[in-house]
Design a protein around this ligand. Sequence first.
Ligand code: 13P
Length: 287
Amino acid sequence: MLVSAKEMLTKAKEGHYAVGQFNINNLEWTKAILLTAQELNSPVILGVSEGAGKYMCGYKTVVGMVNGMLEELNITVPVALHLDHGSYEGALKCIEAGFSSVMFDGSHYPIEENIEKTKALVALTTEKGLSLEAEVGSIGGEEDGVIGAGECADPNECKMIADLGVTMLAAGIGNIHGKYPANWPGLSFETLEVVQQKTGSMPLVLHGGTGIPEDMIKKAISLGVSKINVNTECQLSFAAATRKYIEEGKDQQGKGFDPRKLLAPGFEAIKATVKEKMELFGSVNKA
Ligand code: 13P
């Protein structure tokens, strides 16, 4: 059964580790992430962007696929199904479809409007026992065609949003989605420290987990980050393994064209990436 992300993140914050959110794109992605979480006895959050939701034929299809896998694969570790960077309408749709967690990204609105919309969703998600992630200070990079600059959040605004009763808060600290450019100055730990001071026990979320050096990840966790989002890195490892299979001509040998064979190396590559991240984040055996 899907669970809210609240308990797993409260435990992570107290235990000084982070739970990974891995974004899903299809059946292979979902199966790879769920099986790895089970093998490592780790809690996990499956992230679904609005674009990926559309690609997978809508939120109801996603809920059906994930619930089916939890049962058929005997997944017993805590799993949350979470809308990533949702609009207000998208969040309502996911709640209706059976997601156990949603993110409302109101970071592009003036703070008053972000507060107003987040507040309405706090009421709704609390009533239904679901978790809610809010965002202050937009995360840079490109996601689903939206390009942000990688701002640092205003810690006072973070406190205003945290005080509304959200479950977790994504605060921009110079992190961006996708690969980091060579001249990236790194995470702003000064901002993270002040945000943590102002928001106390609130689990903080680090987006743009792909390509952040290990020491920075560890320092961010020590300063209060309890959820780390990873998307691009699984896509890169899937693509590299699939490219290798085809370049070696394996799709032209025997029944190598069978999708169950053709997609297998990519599937294994996602599993390896998820394992590496769970070990780095410290969530192994924390289910
Ligand atoms: P990356 O694609 O950079 O790993 O970021 C993922 C993310 O933050 C999803 O919200």
